[in-house]
Write a protein that binds this ligand. Structure first.
Ligand SMILES: [Zn+2]
Length: 137
């Protein structure tokens, strides 16, 4: 589930990067034309083209930067679902990542401490965002 969402985010950013790269190359063309116009002593069009070129490059860098920030925020927003497992006999508590088919009161494998008792799922919960941040560091 987490992997799927990350791939979608990557696809969007790849598309955006492509558009930004086109805009950037057009801006570079405008700058080259500006230099050419300047060498031909056509100062007003040279200045105009230079402004377009610089503006385009600045806009491209800004949108790339914003996009990278947005995708980073998207990654943090994906909540991790955890499953809480408990042995009613010895009270051993474990938590692991949620797996498909997990539900509360579902019986799992026998407890590693007491082989005659089965472990049971006692809770399924979303991990707190602050905790996730610690994991990323
Ligand atoms: Zn036990």
């Amino acid at each position: 589930m987490t992997q799927k969402q990350t791939t979608t985010a990557n696809k969007i950013s790849t598309y955006l990067i492509l558009i930004v790269l086109i805009a950037m190359s057009l801006s570079i063309v405008a700058l080259i034309s500006a230099v050419y116009a300047y060498t031909q002593n056509m100062i007003p069009p040279a200045g105009f083209l230079a402004i377009i070129g610089i503006f385009g490059i600045v806009m491209s860098i800004v949108s790339l930067h914003q996009n990278s920030q947005r995708s980073a925020a998207m990654k943090i927003e994906v909540p991790k679902v955890m499953t809480y497992i408990e042995c009613k006999n010895c009270g051993t508590k474990i938590s692991r990542e949620f797996q498909r088919g997990d539900f509360v009161f579902k019986e799992l494998d026998v407890c590693p401490k007491c082989p005659e008792h089965k472990q049971m799922i006692t809770g399924v919960y979303k991990e707190i965002k602050e905790k996730e941040k610690i994991y990323e560091v």
